[in-house]
Design a protein around this ligand. Structure first.
Ligand SMILES: Nc1ncnc2c1ncn2[C@@H]1O[C@H](COP(=O)(O)OP(=O)(O)OP(=O)(O)O)[C@@H](O)[C@H]1O
Length: 395
């Protein structure tokens, strides 16, 4: 990436554009959106909103309906039911080309025979912007993405990351009132993707344009968006901040989709007002703090994140017998995959400095799960409706 440009030029370009965009952008409100391509609903009663100037990410497994929601907002399909509004404007009453939406796709979608400047200028020409103003806006956009000396190059003379930044510039050049990003960095390698995410976030913050990002990459969604809309099978499972989605998943699906999680099965044994003992299928007792809605005798799934699992050489209260299957160094951590006595897998992440270097594969060891941080769900909850976690459903 080119980073040598004086920050002053960039900031000036961003300031002049942001005051103009701030007047046009508004909150995006999607309510009761449903769409079918034939048999069954691809999207069923989807409702969410993005406050003006914020970034939300639509996240979920392949086929859950993300692109369908995006297409409906962009006007590429007409939904069977529901409303879509940007500020006070009912977008469903506005033809696609007049919605004032900037879009960035995974595959750059630049015109290969046009120069960078011509690509950025193209939507302006379609809008009938006079030639002189077009030139000024192209210069402004190229300054903004730090490619101001690349205007005469053809797309194939740029790297993938540079092409994608030109795609972003082209999407913003038409002064859109809403930015839709569809897997925008999916074609780039990991390091470049991170650089571009940071760049995108900087641009979005400077411009303050309402943005919807569609991705199946949970890390990308968590790093770019202040609000996650998590979809599963055409419906919304949870809308929340990235940290609440991680710490307070409302369903087992959400818990498993975001971050890593291990699942232990068992039965509640005499739930009290402050603690809930669970007899695991290994026969061991897990004494969980904080009550849940589960009654004594209920079958449950207890979930825990790798960082909530600790290793011990000896048995002790609340510790479960395990066997080390594999240890993998991963950056500052060591990831241990272990097996409980009934064959259930459990993953532990330890800081590398704290990981014992004497552990051998197959070693007998004991694990303890943080009883205040793990979650409890009914066993049939995968992909199902809202269920209580230890904290209870988030609002
Ligand atoms: N043009 C179409 N005709 C028929 N069915 C479609 C069409 N487009 C999507 N679908 C179906 O609608 C459902 C939702 O698809 P959609 O593309 O919205 O999912 P997605 O979450 O964006 O998936 P991905 O992450 O793989 O792009 C899927 O079951 C898909 O097979």
């Amino acid at each position: 990436m080119q980073r040598a440009l004086p920050a002053l030029d960039q900031n000036t370009a961003a300031r002049s554009l942001s005051s103009e965009l701030a007047q046009r952008t508004g909150a995006l409100t999607v309510a009761g959106l449903s769409h079918s391509y034939g048999s069954g609903f691809a999207v069923d009663g989807v409702t969410f909103d993005i406050p003006a100037g914020e970034v939300a990410a639509l996240l979920g497994p392949s086929g859950c309906g993300k692109s369908t929601v995006l297409r409906a907002i962009a006007g590429l399909i007409r939904p069977a039911k529901g409303t879509i509004a940007l500020g006070d404007t009912d977008l469903l009453q506005v033809p696609a080309r007049s919605r004032g939406i900037g879009m960035v796709f995974q595959n750059y979608a630049l015109f290969p025979h046009m120069t960078v400047a011509e690509n950025v200028s193209y939507p302006l020409a379609c809008q009938g912007v006079p030639k002189q103003e077009r030139r000024a806006r192209v210069d402004e956009m190229l300054r903004l993405i730090q490619l101001d000396s690349f205007g005469r190059r053809l797309p194939h003379q740029l790297s993938g990351g540079q092409q994608q930044r030109v795609a972003v510039a082209r999407a913003l050049a038409g002064r859109p009132s809403l930015l839709l990003l569809d897997e925008p960095f999916g074609a780039l390698d990991r390091a470049l993707r991170f650089d571009l995410q940071v760049e995108m976030l900087r641009l979005q913050k400077a411009l303050g344009i309402t943005t919807l990002l569609v991705t199946h990459d949970q890390e990308e969604a968590q790093s770019l968006a202040s609000r996650l809309v998590l979809m599963n099978r055409g419906r919304i499972e949870q809308i929340d901040t990235p940290s609440r989605i991680y710490d307070q998943p409302r369903t087992l699906f959400v818990n498993r989709f975001i971050g890593q999680t291990s699942m232990l099965t068992g039965r509640v044994e005499g739930a009290g007002p402050e603690r809930m003992p669970v007899r695991l299928t290994t026969g061991e007792l897990l004494d969980l703090l904080r009550p849940t809605r589960f009654v004594s005798g209920a079958s449950v799934v207890v979930t825990c994140r790798p960082e909530e699992v600790s290793l011990f050489p000896d048995a002790g209260p609340g510790r479960l017998a395990a066997r080390l299957i594999v240890s993998i160094p991963l950056g500052p951590h060591v990831i241990h995959d272990l097996e409980l006595t009934d064959g259930t897998g459990i993953r532990c992440a330890q800081l590398r400095a704290q990981a014992p270097d004497t552990l051998l594969l197959g070693d007998r060891i004991f694990v303890a799960i943080d009883p205040a941080r793990c979650h409890v769900f009914p066993p049939d909850a995968i992909g199902g409706d809202l269920h209580a976690s230890l904290e209870g459903p988030s609002s």
